[in-house]
Design a protein around this ligand. Structure first.
Ligand SMILES: Nc1ncnc2c1ncn2[C@@H]1O[C@H](COP(=O)(O)OP(=O)(O)O)[C@@H](O)[C@H]1O
Ligand SMILES: [Mg+2]
Length: 226
């Protein structure tokens, strides 16, 4: 379970996240929806450890993550697909997928197994493995970023606006991958941000609404955002 306890963040003197407290149980796919500038990316970056010095606590299965630097997140079983994908253009797709597991020193055979599993969850990647990261379209890059997050994210997968700008065919494939991920790892927590809630269709098991850095309470708030 992922617990956020009284999370606050200030960037350049502006309060970007305010007193966020929420628990995300194992096996859930939680959508965080909110307008541009609401703080969605900041929230994921904070969970990833890129915003040290924030207020509050982030606990994963009861363990406080404050002491774990961002580079250790893969070791904790956390995978992250940032909004801008951030793939290595000089690496092949396969090298991009293997990277977060290799960087934490996972044995070769374990990485091979993780890659096999990832390719059953995102099968479209199998045909792209040898391509260089630089040759991918934006949508293909998003699929690879999903695969990379799945490689690392045994316990928690964070996806930042994955459906934004994705062509309908790719969006459908992306959604199908999330369903397979949910089945393959029934204890996994997945957090997906979106500014356009309708793009998520019925994928989330729970929806949280973020407005100007604050979580809005209850389903009434969730229903108010489209
Ligand atoms: N590095 C930064 N420098 C200055 N302001 C920032 C920075 N990152 C985020 N912000 C501000 O924090 C707020 C939330 O941004 P962000 O988390 O990117 O929102 P969202 O992902 O929901 O669009 C915005 O007002 C944005 O301008
Ligand atoms: Mg964002």
């Amino acid at each position: 379970m992922l617990s956020l306890e009284n999370i606050s963040a200030n960037i350049a003197g502006i309060s970007v996240l305010r007193s966020i407290t929420v628990q995300i149980s194992r096996g859930s796919i939680v959508a965080v929806v909110g307008r541009n500038g609401a703080g969605k990316t900041t929230l994921l970056r904070l969970i990833m450890g890129f915003l040290p010095g924030h207020g509050g606590r982030v606990l994963l299965d009861g363990a406080d993550m404050a002491q774990a630097p961002a580079r250790n997140r893969a070791r904790l079983g956390i995978g992250y697909a940032p909004e801008d994908r951030a793939l290595f253009p000089t690496f092949s797709v396969e090298e991009n997928l293997r990277f977060p597991c290799e960087v934490i020193g996972m044995p070769r055979r374990a990485v091979d197994e993780r890659l096999d599993e990832t390719l059953t969850i995102v099968p479209e990647l199998a045909l792209m493995l040898a391509r260089s990261g630089a040759t991918l379209s934006g949508g293909q890059g998003k699929m690879v970023a999903l695969g990379r997050a799945v490689m690392a994210g045994e316990r928690l997968v964070l996806l930042d606006e994955p459906f934004q700008g994705l062509a309908p065919v790719l969006a459908q494939q992306y959604g199908a991958s999330l369903e397979r991920l949910h089945k393959a790892r029934p204890k996994l927590c997945v957090v997906i941000t979106e500014s356009n809630r309708s793009l998520l269709k019925d994928i989330p098991t729970q929806t949280l609404v973020l407005e100007r850095g604050e979580l809005q309470a209850g389903e009434a708030a969730a229903a108010a955002v489209h």
